[in-house]
Write a protein that binds this ligand. Sequence first.
Ligand SMILES: NC(=O)c1ccc[n+]([C@@H]2O[C@H](COP(=O)([O-])OP(=O)(O)OC[C@H]3O[C@@H](n4cnc5c(N)ncnc54)[C@H](OP(=O)(O)O)[C@@H]3O)[C@@H](O)[C@H]2O)c1
Length: 267
Amino acid sequence: MKNILITGSTDGIGKSAAIELAKDGHSVILHGRDPQKLSDTTEELRKTAKEGSIMGIVADFSDLRSVTEMAHKLKDEVPVIDVVINNAGIFKSWESLNNNGLDIRYVVNYLSPFLLTNELIPLLKKADSPRIINVSSAAQSSINYEVFTGKKIESEGESYAQSKLALTMWSFRLAKKHRDLSVLAVNPGSLLNTKMVKEAYGTYWSSADKGSSILYDLAVSEKYDGITGKYFDNDKGSFGQAHADAYDDSKIDKLVIETTRLLSSYT
Ligand SMILES: NC(=O)c1ccc[n+]([C@@H]2O[C@H](COP(=O)([O-])OP(=O)(O)OC[C@H]3O[C@@H](n4cnc5c(N)ncnc54)[C@H](OP(=O)(O)O)[C@@H]3O)[C@@H](O)[C@H]2O)c1
């Protein structure tokens, strides 16, 4: 049985995947930004969980210091992590920028998972066959560094798509850098029936289960043993092609340099 961290697991496909993993006996570390919602979700899972433990951890992913604190707490309290599912994400938001003046969608959807995962790599490396699942999207758009650094405000759809391409580009770099980790990016399916999609579009194409099932499978199914550095496109139900920039090493070099520079200023 695995020890699995799922970010953004108080709602949507992250919560559904957490429920299924807990029912199958895996130990699940739930994460949420709202302490009450997290505590309610933790209680709910404990009622259905098999032998695995259920732990909850709070962090607001729009606040990079909160993510650093979360990583430190996990390193203090958890001996090993087999799987990290970087699922927390936002599309609509009242604010365009976070408390550091950075684009909020880049912070929640890309910088926070980048920061958290890099902190947790020592715990992942203690596992037998560690996996990192980065929840991307079919919406991917080339990075504009003025948006990335908060100097220019874009539409929510455009900054969301840029943040999801950044997450995908970094996934491929992480896979190359750490050959002993399996790193996959996944589009869980477009317009799944979740809070995010209801708020953004008011309509949906598919059930949320379509997305949670693929997260479950990519996290624990033997079918995906040893596969790394790829993009699973759940609109097609198979591995597929991400945006062209995700295969461009010079663009990824620039992204990693700029990311490291931003994080060193704000953490
Ligand atoms: N639904 C789709 O069609 C679709 C398509 C492609 C990709 N995705 C991706 O799938 C992932 C899950 O989305 P979903 O559709 O399940 O949406 P959702 O129901 O809105 O769930 C998003 C999760 O992220 C959490 N979250 C949002 N902002 C956060 C913050 N600042 N700090 C910490 N956690 C935060 C939410 O917490 P709360 O519970 O507190 O709101 C929630 O648990 C996202 O990365 C999304 O981009 C979804």
